[in-house]
Write a protein that binds this ligand. Structure first.
Ligand code: NOJ
Length: 575
């Protein structure tokens, strides 16, 4: 990274040793936080069985503190048969044996706090595992029983009930209904699962379901957890009449992330979800008097009507919601500006902060996405053919990172994003575990390519992730992208993230909600944050001069004198 002038960061001492700069404090820490997503299975393996776990996370807390994030979000770690990577929960108050124990989880929570970080867990309220005691009881019970009323059981259609109750499709492919196994008579009912058959949907009209999740929230908040990500936040409430969807209303096998949102949809974005979030918000607020203060929620809500995210973030509902439009946005200055503007405008009306995200365990990683023309649905649609331009993808992903981290609001970093990892496209078929692979009849490879375990060092096997063979094989060339290799390489993507996060934390200009656009010419996205910071991103194919008198704080790729090359972002202190 070339800089015209190296500005000493506020917390550096004369000897070059660093002291910890302050993290966002107070009740509203989530308004500005950078939150690191840990996909636990693939982060670090402490037990030596090839699967990431709590012991692994604990051993890497110094790395996360040093990276400079404010909080961690850990994907589901609960007891689960793992039909969908843990998003099929069998016991919300117990830890999956392969990840550790409840005692270890409690120790981790304390340890995270001792490192000055916060911890967010993943709440999965739309469905349980089919091995959850509630579902086992429902399966064994008769139609019309209280046990079945916690889920959506219905008789089938057709002469002998042999057809599903309606035409809804599973997000993972195929019908959203499965007939109860073992019942052969014409009374055999079907149950609803918007995801895999191992993930039966709960009936949120049932007060018992509501009470159970209120209790689960308290269970974890009482243990010091600072917040919850809400899985499928747009899907909990169904139209109780369970009407057919017209064929033209669904696409991509009911994919929650593709397609257009539709008003009056019978299972996405129904008005009834908001009452649930008002109840949860009251629970989160009830912790305001505790040491750690009120707790927070971040919503995963894909299929919402235009302007719909803001409805989830009205005062007294959830606090933040991922802006997925940002990562879907084409690599284009005008489109990016419109996307940012729309989000900021919609959220400012309800006083909520923006929440930016470039990747997750469900999505094509940015290096691969930007290296293949930006098609974010690639992995989901099965169109994952064609070469990836890793150099171009890396360059753009680095620029996108500086863009994201300069925007007002909070930002999420998915593990490995700070290393510039691409997706692994050539996993052997037999290794694939995503239910999408099986449900699509081996047509769509699914999300395993973005879930390959992290490379920590050059050690074999497992590149420092594990002493055993990792649950998904890592490409050996990832050694070059390992934490150890990048720590030793000036200008590496890891170094870029460390420096960006440090600047973001120590400079006042990054705080607050203000952003003003600057006209910098065609193909250049430029904005200021107060008087002390400007961010320019060059989406054009030409190299452009930077404003005279400005000082470079950080750039995503080397500059050419005081000129900004294509696919590069820069943070400036204006002259
Ligand atoms: C969204 C999660 O991020 C994804 O991994 C999961 O498969 C679905 N929700 C179902 O829980």
């Amino acid at each position: 990274m070339k800089e015209r002038r190296r500005l000493p960061a506020a917390h550096e001492t004369a000897g070059g040793r660093t002291s910890r700069p302050a993290r966002p404090a107070g009740q509203d820490w989530w308004r500005h936080a950078v939150i690191y997503q840990i996909y636990i299975r693939s982060f670090a393996d402490g037990s030596g069985d090839g699967i990431g776990d709590i012991a692994g996370i604990r051993s890497r807390l110094p790395y996360l503190a040093e990276l400079g994030v404010d909080a961690l979000w850990i994907t589901p770690w609960y007891s689960s048969p793992m039909a969908d990577g843990g998003y099929d929960v069998a016991d919300h108050r117990a830890i999956a044996a392969e990840f550790g124990t409840l005692a270890e989880a409690e120790e981790l929570i304390e340890e995270v706090h001792r490192h000055g970080l916060r911890i967010v867990l993943d709440l999965v309220p739309n469905h349980t595992s089919d091995r959850h005691p509630w579902f086992a009881a429902a399966r064994a019970a008769r139609p019309g029983s209280v046990e079945r009323a916690r889920y959506w059981f219905r008789p089938g259609r057709g002469r002998d009930g042999e057809l599903p109750p309606n035409d809804w499709r599973s997000v993972f492919g195929g019908p959203a209904w499965t007939r109860v196994a073992g019942e052969t008579d014409t009374q055999a009912e079907w149950y609803l699962h918007l995801f895999a058959p191992e993930q039966p949907d709960l009936n949120w009209d049932n007060p018992e379901v509501r009470a159970e999740f209120a209790s689960i929230l308290r269970f974890w908040f009482d243990r010091g957890v600072d917040g919850m990500r809400v899985d499928v936040a747009h899907g909990l409430v169904k139209d109780p009449l369970l009407p057919d969807l017209a064929v033209d209303r669904h696409d991509l096998d009911g994919d929650e992330s593709g397609g257009k949102p539709v008003a009056g949809h019978p299972h996405w974005d129904r008005d009834g979800v908001h009452q649930i979030y008002r109840e949860w918000s009251a629970i989160a607020r009830s912790y305001a008097h505790t040491d750690r203060g009120a707790r927070m929620f971040v919503a995963e809500a894909w299929r919402v009507r235009p302007g719909g995210l803001a409805r989830y973030l009205r005062p007294g509902e959830l606090h933040t919601a991922f802006n997925f439009d940002f990562l879907k946005c084409p690599w284009d200055a005008e489109a990016m500006r419109a996307c940012i503007d729309d989000h900021l405008t919609a959220l400012s009306e309800v006083g909520a902060p923006a929440t930016w995200v470039l990747s997750s365990h469900d999505l094509t990683r940015p290096v691969t996405r930007y290296g293949t023309g930006g098609d974010w649905t690639r992995r989901r649609s099965g169109l994952d053919t064609g070469a990836v331009d890793i150099a171009l993808g890396t360059r753009r992903a680095r620029a996108a990172a500086l863009l994201m981290l300069a925007l007002p609001g909070s930002a999420y970093v998915y593990q490995g994003e700070e290393l510039g990892l691409p997706d692994v496209d050539d996993l052997p078929d037999h290794a694939l575990q995503d239910p999408i692979w099986r449900r699509s009849g081996h047509r769509v490879r699914g999300r395993d390519g973005c879930r390959v375990p992290l490379p920590w060092s050059g050690a074999e096997p497992g590149l420092g992730f594990s002493a055993a063979a990792p649950w998904l094989p890592q490409p050996s060339w990832w050694r070059r992208l390992s934490v150890r290799a990048q720590t030793a390489t000036p200008g590496s993507t890891l170094t870029l993230y460390r420096r960006a996060l440090r600047l973001r934390r120590t400079r006042a200009a990054f705080r607050g909600a203000s952003l003003h656009w600057i006209d910098a010419g065609d193909g250049i996205l430029a904005f200021g944050r107060g008087a002390g910071l400007e961010c320019l991103v060059n989406f054009s194919a030409r190299t452009v001069p930077l404003p005279g008198g400005s000082t470079v704080l950080l750039s995503s790729s080397p500059l050419e004198s005081h000129r900004l090359p294509p696919d590069t972002a820069v943070w400036l202190r204006p002259g």
